[in-house]
Design a binder for this molecule. Structure first.
Ligand SMILES: Cc1cc2nc3c(=O)[nH]c(=O)nc-3n(C[C@H](O)[C@H](O)[C@H](O)COP(=O)(O)O)c2cc1C
Length: 216
């Protein structure tokens, strides 16, 4: 008798069975928080909207983005080797749309501050500065790994993207006394365990800094 299941009977249908429409419909049910990826290039500041952004590693601090092959903005950012991430607040859906189109001069008229990774959008919930660690082929996209060199955050609510629409996050009621009425957790940052990452927000504007950033 063997305890190993017969894997041939568990083989799912191959990729040919998955249509683009089905893929988009199913994956669109994974809610994400759009960010703006930006850089200061020789031809000026550039940026694009990206929902495929996620935390990869705490030590060293790494994040990842998935970038469509053929993105002209990415081709420009790649040459710089540094980028900034602005995590959008729920008031910034217009920016997500603006930076999601292939137009020139997306940062014209938009409030931003220079950061070590690139332009950081005013009013964003969080900013990260990164150096590009690696660019990996992944089908019709690249998976870009960034090493976080600097980060800050402020109070507020995130913008969400779900099934092609923008929306807001509604926190569930909690009896946790460290969470205030707006859903923010009071207290200090969780430790990042890496002296290489500077937390500018901590020194720059203590009153604006969020409490512990706790994964959902
Ligand atoms: C909500 C939203 C999420 C997006 N997420 C991504 C993404 O994860 N990766 C990506 O490459 N493009 C993403 N895009 C599309 C890019 O923002 C868009 O292709 C780019 O800005 C077009 O300009 P470019 O071709 O000049 O780079 C997203 C667009 C929107 C509106």
């Amino acid at each position: 008798m063997t305890l190993v299941p017969d894997r041939t009977s568990m083989v799912p249908p191959g990729p040919a069975a998955i249509s683009g429409d089905d893929y988009r419909d199913v994956l669109g049910r994974f809610a994400s928080g759009p960010v703006i990826i930006a850089a200061d290039t020789e031809s000026g500041p550039v940026g694009f909207t990206c929902q495929s952004f996620f935390s990869v590693s705490l030590d060293p601090p790494l994040v990842a983005i998935s970038v469509r092959r053929g993105s002209t903005t990415w081709e420009q950012i790649k040459t710089v080797g540094r980028l900034s991430v602005s995590v959008l607040s729920d008031e910034q859906h217009d920016l997500a749309q603006r930076f999601g189109r292939a137009t020139a001069d997306k940062l014209a008229g938009v409030g931003w501050t220079p950061g070590t990774g690139g332009p950081q959008l005013d009013g964003a919930l969080a900013h990260l500065s990164c150096t590009v660690e690696s660019v990996n082929d992944a089908g019709d996209h690249y998976v870009v790994i960034g090493r976080v060199t600097d980060l800050d955050a402020r109070h507020g609510h995130p913008l969400l993207f779900f099934r092609g629409r923008f929306g807001r996050f509604h926190p569930r009621p909690t009896s946790d006394p460290t969470v205030d009425a707006s859903g923010e957790r009071e207290g200090g940052h969780t430790g990042w365990g890496s002296a290489a990452v500077t937390r500018r927000g901590v020194n720059r504007a203590p009153a604006e800094v969020c409490g512990a950033v706790v994964p959902a």
